[in-house]
Structures are given as C-alpha cells and as structure tokens.
Design a protein around this ligand. Sequence first.
Ligand SMILES: Nc1ncnc2c1ncn2[C@@H]1O[C@H](COP(=O)(O)OP(=O)(O)O)[C@@H](O)[C@H]1O
Ligand SMILES: [Mg+2]
Length: 232
Amino acid sequence: MIIKKKINRFTVFVKDDGEKYIEIFNNFLNNSLKVLKVFRNIDDTRVVLIDTAYGKFILKVFHPRVKNTERFLKSMVKGDYYENLFYQTHRVRQEGFDALNDFYLLAEIKTLRYVHTYIMLIEYIEGVELADMAEIGPEVKEKLHQSILSLHRHGMVSGDPHKGNFILQGDKIRIIDLSGKRPSRQRMAKDRLDLERHYGIENSTKDLGFWLLIYKKKLRNFLRRLKGKNVR
Ligand SMILES: Nc1ncnc2c1ncn2[C@@H]1O[C@H](COP(=O)(O)OP(=O)(O)O)[C@@H](O)[C@H]1O
Ligand SMILES: [Mg+2]
C-alpha cells in the first residue's frame, strides 16, 4: 500500500514499509546526502547517484519552469504525471512486470494542484546505458521491443524510448525515465514509431492510434506550411 504524508512543506508518497526512504528524504532536506555522481544538472532537472546507509539510489529533483501558466492550467484538468507514475509503477511491479525502475518515494510542493518541485527517490540500475553501446545487436533490440510491448499491455507508456532511457543490466533490459501519462492508443503508437526511428524496429501494428498520430502530424505540417514556416 502507498501512504501519503506531510513532511515540512512537502506532500510525500511512499510505500507503507518505507521508513528508510523517509530517512533518506530527511537527509536530503538536511543537506547531508552523499553524492557519488551527477548524471544531469540542467536548469530544471538534477539527477544524481547517492550513497546511503541502505545502499545506492538515484535522486531526481525537478523544478518545472517552462511555460508556467500553461502548465498551471493543464495541471488543473489533467492531474499530476509523477503522482500517476508513482502509483502506476507500484501497480505494474506488483503485477510482476519489473523491467521499469522501482520508484520508492515521491515528494512534491503544491499550490492547489500545481506542482513547483518534485523530488524522486528511484532504484539505481547498474549497467550499460544503450546510448553508450557502440552497437545494439538484434538480441538486445528484440528484448527492448518486447519490454515496450509488455509495458503497454500493463497499461503504461514510455513517452520517450530513446537510447538514454534504457539500461542493459546483465542480460536484462530496464526502462527508466517513464512519463506516467495515460496510456492512450496514440501514445502507444508513438512509442512504437519512436522504436522504429531510434532503432529500426519495425512497427507492425497500424491501429487507430497509429493513424490518428500520422494524420495529426500531416495536419500540423499542413498548418505550418500555411503559416509559411519551415517543415521539419
Ligand atoms: N534508475 C536509474 N539507474 C541508473 N541510472 C539512471 C537512473 N535514472 C537516471 N539515470 C541516469 O541519469 C540520466 C538522466 O536521467 P533521466 O531520468 O533520464 O532524466 P531526463 O529526464 O533528464 O532524461 C540517465 O540518462 C541515466 O544516465
Ligand atoms: Mg532521460
């Protein structure tokens, strides 16, 4: 079960046996975490590897800054992607699908339903990022393909299945950086088309989601041309 509690200004989501994750979060608040490696440090996102009394974890801090008004209005109608991701991750892992990284704790500062800051404590996956592999062989591609199709069957989408969001752990493919968005047919079709674009994995399912996506793109390009902009 997942519990929700207040810690300082944060709303915190954690599994009910998650005292150790709360302790790590408190260490974050006290600035006493030991950072081993910084993976990403750009204006709105910081992703670091930390060492704790309970082992290594990934800590991701996200301050959404872009398009604030738009995000604010969207959050009013759409809800919270990371909160969804937290619950979805818990659900599909319980269903036995564990290719995606585990998600131990989510903390957020909210005004109404708008989130200013997200802190995420995530499973550290030790392995080789696909982006760092010289060549991705057919076996790995097949595993990658199956992992995304299974993810879809379990009612989740990746949203961004490029080479930086998969890690080969031993001989197992792991998926990181998921979106938590609703798994519409169109988003599933987009994942499949992204696999085709990034890895040459052919999309063999041309369903309604696929055609909606294709025609939306055509319409967008058409409108751009009308406005006299360059079409990518
Ligand atoms: N669970 C994880 N295990 C190992 N490395 C990770 C994990 N999560 C993130 N990373 C590393 O940090 C990088 C950035 O994290 P990611 O969640 O993909 O953030 P972004 O949204 O900026 O793409 C990844 O490409 C990977 O190198
Ligand atoms: Mg990423």
